[in-house]
Design a protein around this ligand. Structure first.
Ligand code: ADP
Ligand code: MG
Length: 384
């Protein structure tokens, strides 16, 4: 959906739900992480881009304290700030209502909050690992306090997701949605909370996203379990986080290889090697070496699949099939056990890649995937 279609659809929805037109319309993108997976809770690095797919929020302020939330994707929610806090409300409204709560908790409202009417329209697939939740949060946060520092807006959105929606995510999604730039990937360092831009212009190559539409089996429990194992490995090795070992080069790898427990050693090896791959990917992007980037993507996939064990048949099929079609590299992206994969496809090969992924999924009895070609797109912005 173009920005003008996204704006028009949100205005139509707002009119249908609330009568008059909105005061303003805002949009915030989903994201895909190029590389650096399952390392944020180990002080690692990741490298997302903002997607061309956004969620838009048509918004008008109120003065009676009421919050009315509508979405093309879910049922209505009406309430007040007093109804919002850690763990409440339930359901999708936790994300946007949580944003309002977190903005106030974090002192970002300069005036008293008088209530708001919001209509959301999303072009980000929901629950596909492309961060529809952050797109939802960030579109509203920017609408409500558009002049605030975007780093602070991102922090409030993370707080809404962690504390109100009770989803234990790091800050990558909200940072990408609010702080990425067109044509650039955003290098995020969770050890120092710093960020920088890295050019992402794959010239004739296409970045293909395969949304496997696989059910997220085990995803939540396995996430907490992997995180626990990584933290245990760090304690066993006497460091605050595995990042400290990643920064020691060979010595860090030797320390990890010395772990006796097989699962602990393989999980830690993924973290250390993945952080190294992000650094190499940044160098490859600076020098425009996409063959090298492709190799790193596939190495990341193998590490996530074999050492970290968070892939699944659908993700492996997306990766293997795009490689058969000539991709320079491909990997699962996001937490795993479903969600999406990315592949870097040479000119003229996209249709073939799509066909091979689709037919091999069918042969294996897997859910039919969906596809999108993406570029590094603009961050959250005002549409009207
Ligand atoms: P992802 O962010 O990868 O799409 P999540 O599980 O983090 O997956 O977030 C998906 C949830 O976010 C949905 O189940 C829903 O509660 C909420 N959500 C996201 N976008 C919308 C939307 N446009 N309208 C209503 N709810 C949404
Ligand atoms: Mg999400």
């Amino acid at each position: 959906m173009s920005d003008s279609e996204l704006a028009d659809t949100a205005v139509d929805m707002f009119r249908r739900e609330f009568g008059g037109g909105p005061d303003s319309v805002w949009a915030a993108p989903g994201r895909v992480n190029l590389i650096g997976e399952h390392v944020d809770y180990a002080g690692g690095l990741c490298l997302p881009i903002a997607l061309p797919h956004s969620t838009s929020a048509a918004v008008s302020p109120r003065s009676d304290g009421l919050i009315r939330l509508r979405s093309t994707e879910a049922g209505p929610w009406d309430g007040r700030l007093a109804d919002v806090g850690p763990g409440r409300p339930d359901g999708w409204a936790a994300y946007p209502a949580g944003v309002i709560w977190a903005l106030r908790e974090n002192g970002l409202f300069t005036d008293d909050f008088g209530g708001v009417d919001v209509a959301f329209v999303s072009a980000v697939p929901i629950g596909a690992g492309l961060s529809s939740s952050a797109a939802l949060e960030c579109s509203l946060a920017l609408a409500l306090v558009s002049d605030a520092d975007r780093v602070e807006l991102a922090a409030a959105c993370v707080r809404a997701e962690n504390e109100v929606a009770r989803a234990p995510t790091g800050g990558m999604d909200q940072a990408a949605s609010l702080l990425a730039s067109e044509g650039q990937a955003l290098l995020l360092d969770s050890a120092s909370d710093s960020m920088s831009q890295v050019p992402f212009d794959p010239e004739g190559l296409t970045l293909l996203v395969v949304d496997t539409r696989a059910p997220h089996r085990l995803a939540d429990g396995a996430y907490a379990q992997r995180r626990g194992t990584v933290e245990r490995a760090a304690r066993r090795l006497g460091v605050g986080s595995l990042r400290e070992l990643a920064d020691q080069g060979r010595g860090g790898i030797d320390a990890v290889q010395s772990l006796q427990d097989d699962a602990l050693r393989r999980r830690a090896r993924h973290v250390i090697s993945e952080i190294a791959r992000v650094r190499l990917a940044v160098q490859a992007l600076h020098s425009g070496d996409f063959a090298e980037l492709g190799r790193l993507l596939y190495a990341s996939h193998l590490s996530l699949s074999r050492d970290f064990e968070v892939s699944c048949a659908e993700l492996d099929n997306a990766v293997e099939s795009t490689l058969i079609a000539g991709a320079l590299g491909a990997r699962m992206t996001g937490g795993g056990f479903g969600g999406s994969a990315i592949a870097l496809i040479p000119p003229g090969r996209v249709d073939e890649a799509v066909e091979i992924v689709r037919s091999r999924a069918e042969e294996r009895g897997l859910t039919e995937p969906e596809f999108a070609t993406v570029t590094a797109s603009p961050p959250a912005r005002r549409l009207i």
